[in-house]
Ligand binder design. Structure first.
Ligand code: ATP
Length: 280
């Protein structure tokens, strides 16, 4: 019963609850394409003619002061928020604005929220098992014997997230960082094409941050990864291209060196996170 309650309260949409996915066509362009996207809340434009392109296999960091629109942008990509106008495409074939949240998740867009939402009473292994993409309902997934292929996939993900030694421990006793990695592993079980990761290192130790940097940079290439993060030192350690959002639009884009020396960027961070920008 607790498990059902936990599942019902989760923000995430499980792949196995959604229709089967069709291939994402990236032969002629990016994996994610947003054009002239705007959304207003009570007359306030949280996203303002936003244009953003993410290439297949890219690792992109999104930064910006509080209220810049980072979360709202993620909400639009995942179908949680509908924009007032604009286009949002996943590859050249899928118009995300015609789809609901489960349909978008089933295309292979996985979202990791800031707070870990693993199933605490289940072991690490069971959490991964539960998250596996399968044409099964949840109870058969939990009770049926796993195929060799499924076990191999879980072992592979356990190695990727560095939790092989913890496979039989309940998720509830893991450290904060380990829970975050487990949740990334749960998304990986669904073989996503695009991972959206919200503030992955908030509350982590230095060592956990280093491990997270290795994990995310290692994932890029196999899938596209978009990371929203406030910690500029961490962003510098992983970023190839950084997009700076401000007032719902892209203020600057480029390498960390380019954006952190851009006078427009320095100005919007002044009085907010300018110290962090200088530290980075
Ligand atoms: N559902 C909503 N109703 C009203 N206003 C909203 C809603 N969602 C977001 N906003 C407003 O839109 C703006 C952008 O918010 P958003 O959370 O996307 O910014 P953010 O860049 O993620 O900020 P932070 O770094 O603090 O998480 C903010 O001014 C916020 O108050």
């Amino acid at each position: 019963m607790n498990l059902i309650k936990e599942m019902a309260s989760r923000d995430r949409v499980f792949d196995f609850m959604a229709p089967a996915r069709s291939p994402v066509d990236v032969r002629h362009g990016p994996i994610l394409y947003l054009e002239d996207v705007s959304v207003s809340f009570d007359g306030f434009r949280a996203i303002n003619d936003l244009n953003l392109t993410i290439d297949d296999g890219e690792l992109r960091c999104i930064i910006g002061p509080n209220g810049a629109g980072k979360t709202t942008m993620m909400d639009i990509i995942t179908g949680k928020t509908r924009p007032d106008h604009g286009s949002v495409w996943f590859g050249s074939r899928h118009d995300l604005l015609t789809m609901n949240e489960p349909q978008i998740a089933s295309l292979g867009i996985g979202r990791k929220f800031q707070k870990p939402t693993t199933f605490e009473a289940l072991t690490v292994f069971e959490n991964l098992e539960l998250a596996m993409a399968a044409d099964k309902r949840i109870w058969p997934t939990l009770t049926a014997r796993l195929s060799g292929e499924a076990r191999d996939r879980i072992d592979e993900v356990l190695a990727t997230i560095g939790l092989a030694a913890h496979r039989d421990r309940p998720a509830g006793i893991l450290s904060h960082g380990q829970k975050q990695w487990l949740e990334i592993g749960m998304l990986l079980m669904q073989r996503p094409r695009l991972l959206l990761v919200d503030e992955p290192v908030a509350g982590m130790t230095e060592q956990e941050m280093e491990r997270t940097a290795e994990l995310l940079t290692g994932l890029a290439g196999q899938q596209s990864v978009v990371v929203v993060e406030h910690d500029m030192g961490f962003v510098r350690s992983i970023a190839r291209t950084v997009t700076v959002l401000h007032q719902g639009s892209v203020l600057a884009e480029g390498s960390m060196d380019q954006v952190s020396s851009d006078p427009k960027v320095v100005e919007v961070y002044l009085g907010t996170e300018s110290d962090n920008m200088e530290d980075a």
